[in-house]
Design a protein around this ligand. Sequence first.
Ligand SMILES: [Zn+2]
Length: 162
Amino acid sequence: MNPAARADRRPAAPTPRPAWVLEKLIGVVRPEFRADVLVFDPRDPVFGGPACAVAGCVRTARGRGLCGAHQLRWRNQGKPDLDQFTATTSPVIASKFGNGPAAPVPPSECQVNLADLGPQLRLEVQYLLQCRRDDHTAQAPVDTVARMVRLLAALSVTSLLD
Ligand SMILES: [Zn+2]
């Protein structure tokens, strides 16, 4: 396509965002999605996932049925028999703060921080996440959602409609 044809498709001026969009979103986004920091249950069927196979570990399983930390431990031990490893390894996971008691779920696996988004964009993302929860058609892991939010925050847009 030549540049002139592409230019013809663009509107002459930015379309003003109707105020009713914002009002409607305020009316439909439920309180549990209205926070700046959304916290999801690691077992949430949309934003979380199945539990790590290690008994007592509360983190979400990633590859091979293990959370990221237990998968790393399994690799560091030379990838022993997975069933035996799962049955015998400790649920306690070392972190930079020392060995935690029942491996708390790190914020990166259960929280999405929307504070860096402007008010309209934040409300739109909250609405999208609420729709994803209600649809139940596909998973949206917290780390993927958080990555999307960071990308949006880095853009100079105030709305997904821009
Ligand atoms: Zn684990």
